[in-house]
Design a protein around this ligand. Structure first.
Ligand code: FAD
Length: 553
């Protein structure tokens, strides 16, 4: 459905649920409720996945680190958490096979004591996954570890352990959740911000929102409001009750992107103990190498930026574990995300501590859901909708259907589509692979648009096509250059310079499709520059101010 029709729907209908926030949590809730036959609206003030949900490590995992905690404290609850997440890992690989893949990871070990410790730990991880394990973990000799991950420092290497987790494209998965919910009858709309919560008596009855694209404000009526605003849940709670105690604090985690040559194409690395006792991943991702992450207390803000200090922290570990030199100039992109950490789950009124996420219901009926992780968004959604059904006294609502609801692009997906695009549409192999992995069974539609004269690459060294800009503007609710280059394609995350140089062409195509005038284009330039700018301001847009509105070049 087109954005204009979705906005009309938001204005007209009273809804069962209004979900606020279109990250993994909110989009997951909207999909869960829509597949149970509920009338659902979702509003996202920026774009789907513009918050934490596009800035993750991209692992679908049970949490090796949580398992270590579980063993050390012999905590049954933690074991259950890991087991549930491992169940989800297998489920998500089925629901969106195009956006996910199993990924082998090497854990290098530089002392003999570590070998039995990690071997037993990862066997336990296999065992908890049960029948849904991706592939059994195994011990590697030092020679085998180097064969699997040749960039490792050979000196002092005693051996390693190879285990499997899932990997995914977080932002595309998030967009797919929202689009799938819309296909099931929901109205999930981006660039619509909640300004105020509305009450009838002392109960919430809806929200006043602003469509940030048109500037228009209007009201949405709903029986239950779900606050899924990630790091911003306390801002929403304050709209409900200005005196409520905050329940969250935030910690930031950054990642850097290096060229593909810093990792093998299909094997990741887990550095088990960093200088501050964390784990660090080095993963092949979309033809590049992703390294992260960090963990530092942070201010809550919409577009956090990585600090140079954080980047240096990652560099220190690369120098320690790598035999090939890595220079600062090798960093193609860096980004930061905020973990919503529940610091006070019992803040003010009743709180229900549930798994590793928290559901909190205020006296006026605002249902807040936060915490958890990407991997468990589906479980979080089930819990939130179950609670919402009770809260709104809805009757005859069936249990969750999402375990068997494939996401858009998955129903007729097969790896064979890649060869079809190469043979039948004459696509280069890297483009065909990218289109099928990103859009699943919808990839032929983009190939068709490309055939009609939109087959140019946006950037010489990346597989992204002009045709995709048209497709995502028409079919995936992308209405800005950042929506296109950050969340539908992942270029801003992979290569800042390539993203900058793609800006004029993407803006030009969008201007044509969406009918932008010069003032709208000016807004795009400012938004794009603000999105990419580093804290010290050295990432500047130089040439982009010269784009012309409309017309193909
Ligand atoms: P968000 O994605 O932040 O979504 C909240 C949304 O609410 C935002 O889009 C925001 O714009 C919107 N919003 C705010 N205010 C309003 C308003 N007034 N009106 C409308 N909308 C509003 N998990 C994993 O499983 N695997 C990983 O590898 C992993 N790696 C991680 C690495 C890092 C560095 C971090 C920080 C987290 C990682 N996680 C991982 C955790 C995972 O990313 C988060 O748990 C998840 O993305 C949180 O999603 P969310 O929807 O709750 O929040």
């Amino acid at each position: 459905m087109k954005r204009a029709s979705l906005i009309a729907k938001l204005k007209q209908e009273p809804f069962d649920l209004l979900v606020i926030g279109g990250g993994a949590t909110g989009a997951g809730v909207a999909l869960d409720a829509a597949t149970r036959g509920m009338k659902v609206a979702l509003v996202e003030r920026d774009d789907f996945a513009s918050g934490t949900s596009s800035r993750s490590t991209k692992l679908i995992h049970g949490g090796v680190r949580y398992l270590e905690q579980a063993v050390k404290k012999f905590d049954r609850g933690q074991f259950a958490l890991v087991r549930d997440a491992l169940h989800e890992r297998a489920t998500l690989l089925q629901l969106a096979p195009h956006l996910t893949r199993p990924l082998p990871l090497v854990t290098p070990l530089y002392n003999w004591f570590g070998i039995p410790y990690y071997r037993v730990g990862l066997k336990l991880y296999d065992w908890l996954a049960g029948k849904r394990n991706l592939s059994p973990s195994r011990y590697l000799s030092a020679k085998e570890a180097l064969k699997n991950f040749p960039m490792l420092k050979a000196k002092g290497l005693r051996g390693g352990v190879l285990y499997y987790d899932g990997q995914f494209d977080d932002a595309r998965m998030n967009v797919s959740l929202a689009l799938t919910a819309n296909e099931k009858g929901a109205a999930c709309v981006n660039h619509v911000q909640v300004l105020e919560l509305l009450k009838e008596g002392d109960r919430l009855s809806g929200a006043k929102v602003r469509d940030r694209e048109s500037g228009e404000s209007f009201e949405i009526k709903a029986r239950v409001l779900i606050n899924a605003t990630g790091p911003f849940v306390d801002s929403l709670r304050k709209m409900d009750d200005p005196h409520c105690e905050p329940m969250l604090r935030a910690s930031s985690g950054i990642h850097i992107i290096l060229h593909q040559r810093f990792s093998p194409p299909a094997t990741g690395l887990l550095i088990p103990k960093t200088e501050d006792g964390r784990v660090l991943f080095l993963l092949p991702w979309l033809g590049h190498t992703l390294v992260g992450t960090t963990d530092n207390p942070a201010q809550i803000e919409a577009n956090p930026k990585p600090s140079e200090e954080d980047i240096q922290y990652i560099f220190r570990h690369l120098e320690k574990y790598f035999d090939i030199p890595v220079q600062r100039e090798d960093v193609l992109a860096a980004w930061s995300g905020l973990r919503p950490l529940v610091s006070n789950p019992k803040a003010s009124d009743t709180a229900k501590l549930s798994r590793d996420h928290v559901i909190h219901i205020s006296p006026s009926g605002l249902l807040t859901i936060t915490g958890g992780k990407w991997t468990t968004y589906r479980k979080m959604a089930i819990d939130a909708v179950d609670q919402a059904v009770k809260l709104g006294k809805f009757e005859n609502i069936p249990p969750s259907q999402t375990e068997t609801t494939p996401l858009v692009g998955a129903a007729n997906y097969s790896g064979g589509l890649i060869q079809n695009l190469i043979d039948q549409a004459g696509m280069p192999a890297d483009v065909a692979q990218h289109l099928v992995r990103a859009y699943g069974d919808r990839a032929p539609k983009i190939a068709e648009i490309a055939r009609q004269g939109w087959g140019q690459r946006l950037s010489a060294h990346h597989p992204y096509l002009e045709a995709e800009v048209i497709y995502v503007a028409q079919e995936e609710l992308a209405i800005s250059v950042v929506d296109v280059l950050a969340r539908r394609m992942r270029l801003t995350f992979l290569d800042t310079q390539a993203a900058q140089s793609s800006f004029p062409r993407v803006a030009q195509i969008l201007a044509e499709i969406l009918g932008w005038d010069e003032s709208r284009l000016e807004r795009e330039r400012e938004d794009f520059a603000a999105y990419l700018a580093s804290p010290s301001g050295e990432i500047q847009l130089a040439e982009q101010s010269k784009i012309a509105a409309g017309g193909r070049s």
